[in-house]
Ligand binder design. Structure first.
Ligand SMILES: Cc1cc2nc3c(=O)[nH]c(=O)nc-3n(C[C@H](O)[C@H](O)[C@H](O)COP(=O)(O)OP(=O)(O)OC[C@H]3O[C@@H](n4cnc5c(N)ncnc54)[C@H](O)[C@@H]3O)c2cc1C
Length: 428
């Protein structure tokens, strides 16, 4: 809980009956023990924690025995494709193609679920994320779009347990892995969860990113935020902040990415699950010029379990989504940067942690033997993350206009991607 291995899934908070809480959501957002934990509870919390231990091969065997394909980067799957929700409202309000929201709405409509665990913004503190159970189409749509600050969906596990009816659950890889661990021990808190979905996951940011963003714009304090969006408007969308004063600040998503190296949650760098491998169905952005040029919103969709694939087929038959199948090489090519980050970078960074004598996660598998150049590149990246996350570096960047920094960041990133293209793709 006190190390970089905590992915903030929130399970320990949700299972503790108030004995563990997140007390500093605008700070480090770490779970804090408020009251004494007895041995029985400690044991359950340990079994639910996905930060230190989650055995990928074991869960792959348990959950996806019937899935016909497996790739060590992608996980088990039935089909991979590019698609979008045909409902215009859902597509435009979704992060990319609105697929996850469309699936939830369809399941609700078909009465296959009574509610969906989704992530919205807090009603009273609209600058913070808050998981909730959506029981109407309107509320599911309200929770669409990616939130790039820390979320702890499993902190509502008690509410999930007490819900009367069947649930779909949406979460990031660490959150999903913890739900899978609880399912494995037949824990009552997850008995209502029938379907699991989730977005791909590159990284997420500390709340300091919002504070810094506002400072750069010489704007009010975050307590005056009335609405906060990370993917507002047409795909790929804008980061948008609405303030009590009526002021609205918007910055292109790709430019807002400049915040990443300054505010990244360090745990993102030790996570090796890019495509949310333990969901029934997962979705990411279809990052390719052919789709990006068209705007509107395109997702990459991976159906993993038998039930996930059946949902996909039935939704296509009902004319709810558009889906064109692609092969795994095309999929890997489209996200080569993400796979490199998670399936090579993360393992190297974990190794660095080990050399430094720090605790490391155990995922039950390891990908190794990369070329020396890749290790060297990782050393530079890791040092860059350390330097840029210091107060001084953050202060310096806050002195420049975000448009300028964003532009510079986008150009530098393109240049960096081009110059490291060979190293990264080598044997990918
Ligand atoms: C933190 C984060 C990092 C990501 N990184 C990448 C990446 O590197 N590459 C890539 O291709 N795609 C990434 N994605 C996924 C991408 O942004 C879209 O979520 C994905 O394309 C699905 O789009 P959609 O339109 O189908 O989702 P939508 O229909 O918009 O539904 C999204 C669902 O995810 C839930 N959700 C949103 N944010 C969170 C969160 N922080 N924690 C838990 N649940 C959440 C919402 O409640 C909603 O139900 C990331 C998403 C997140 C949240």
């Amino acid at each position: 809980m006190q190390s970089h291995l905590c992915n903030r899934c929130g399970s320990c908070v949700g299972l503790s009956g108030g004995k563990i809480q997140f007390t500093d959501k605008t700070g480090k957002y770490v779970p804090k023990i408020i009251d004494k934990i007895d041995d029985a509870l400690a044991d359950v919390l340990w079994q639910a924690c996905s930060g230190k231990l989650f055995n990928f091969p074991e869960y792959q065997r348990d959950i996806f025995a019937e899935s016909p394909h497996f790739h060590s980067f992608i996980g088990a799957y039935h089909r991979i494709g590019i698609g979008f929700a045909k409902d215009q409202e859902i597509r435009s309000k979704g992060a990319s193609g609105g697929i996850i929201t469309a699936v939830l709405c369809w399941l609700l409509d078909k009465k296959m679920i009574d509610g969906a665990v989704v992530l919205g913004m807090d009603q009273n503190q609209p600058w913070l994320t808050q998981a909730f159970i959506a029981t109407t189409r309107e509320h599911i749509i309200e929770a669409a779009q990616s939130k790039y600050i820390i979320s702890s969906n499993n902190d509502i596990l008690q509410e999930i347990a007490e819900f009367k009816g069947k649930l779909a659950y949406v979460g990031l890889p660490g959150q999903v892995q913890s739900i899978r661990k609880l399912q494995k021990i037949n824990h009552p808190s997850v008995q209502n969860i029938k379907y699991i979905f989730g977005p791909f996951y590159g990284n997420t940011l500390h709340f300091s990113s919002i504070k810094s963003f506002l400072k750069t714009y010489k704007a009010d304090t975050y307590e005056n935020i009335t609405k906060l969006y990370f993917r507002y408007g047409e795909w790929p969308g804008n980061m948008r902040v609405e303030l009590k004063s009526g002021r609205v600040i918007e910055l292109k998503k790709f430019h807002a990415n400049y915040l990443i190296p300054f505010h990244i949650l360090r745990n993102s760098l030790y996570c090796t699950d890019f495509t949310n491998e333990f969901t029934d169905l997962s979705g990411g952005d279809a990052w390719a010029p052919v789709y990006e040029e068209r705007g509107k919103g395109f997702s990459m969709i991976i159906s993993r379990s038998k039930i996930g694939d059946e949902i996909l087929s039935q939704m296509m038959a009902d004319g709810i989504i558009n889906f064109s199948q692609i092969d795994e090489n095309e999929a890997i090519d489209m996200h080569s940067h993400g796979y490199d980050l998670k399936k090579r970078g993360s393992f190297i960074r974990i190794k660095f942690r080990k050399y430094l004598g720090k605790s490391i996660p155990d995922y039950g598998y390891e990908i190794k033997d990369f070329p020396f150049s890749r290790y060297f590149m990782e050393l530079i990246i890791s040092m860059m993350f350390i330097v840029l996350s210091t107060q001084l570096a953050r202060w310096i960047i806050e002195q420049f206009s975000p448009k300028f920094v964003g532009n510079l960041f986008e150009r530098t990133r393109t240049l960096w991607k081009k110059s490291t293209h060979k190293i990264k793709r080598n044997q990918l």
